[in-house]
Design a protein around this ligand. Structure first.
Ligand SMILES: [Zn+2]
Length: 127
């Protein structure tokens, strides 16, 4: 059992709202998370200033990794894009660029291997 922080009423442990006074019993942290996931809703202005001065590290790392390892870069860039949505658009362009570079890198790498394999096959066939 727990007690309502606002009116002191006795409540079940899994209650999220007080039946007596209607107070929200969720932890403060959970409230903040719920707010950030409300991407472009009413809380946009509240959170924009907060995130505007931060760096979307996932998007930056994803962009860099896109050049080195297409699969890792693609995964991190997609995560970075998701993070950009939470961060009110911070790092969105970087994440999109990371996804494009990762796909391009993957296609180019695959094409080089394919051409090389075709070359080896042609060499073998010709000999
Ligand atoms: Zn209450």
């Amino acid at each position: 059992m727990k007690h309502c922080k606002h009116c002191g009423a006795q409540l079940a442990d899994d209650d999220t709202y007080c039946y007596f006074c209607g107070a929200n019993l969720e932890e403060e942290v959970e409230k903040v998370e719920a707010k950030t996931f409300d991407s472009y809703g009413d809380n946009y202005n509240d959170n924009y200033a907060h995130y505007h001065n931060q760096t979307n590290t996932l998007a930056v790392v994803g962009f860099v990794m896109a050049f080195l390892s297409p699969i890792v870069g693609l995964v991190l860039s997609i995560l970075g894009l998701n993070r950009a949505r939470v961060m009110k658009g911070v790092g969105r362009k970087m994440a999109v660029a990371g996804i494009i570079v990762a796909i391009a890198n993957f296609v180019i790498t695959f094409a080089i291997y394919f051409i090389y394999a075709a070359y080896l096959y042609a060499e073998e066939g010709g000999a």
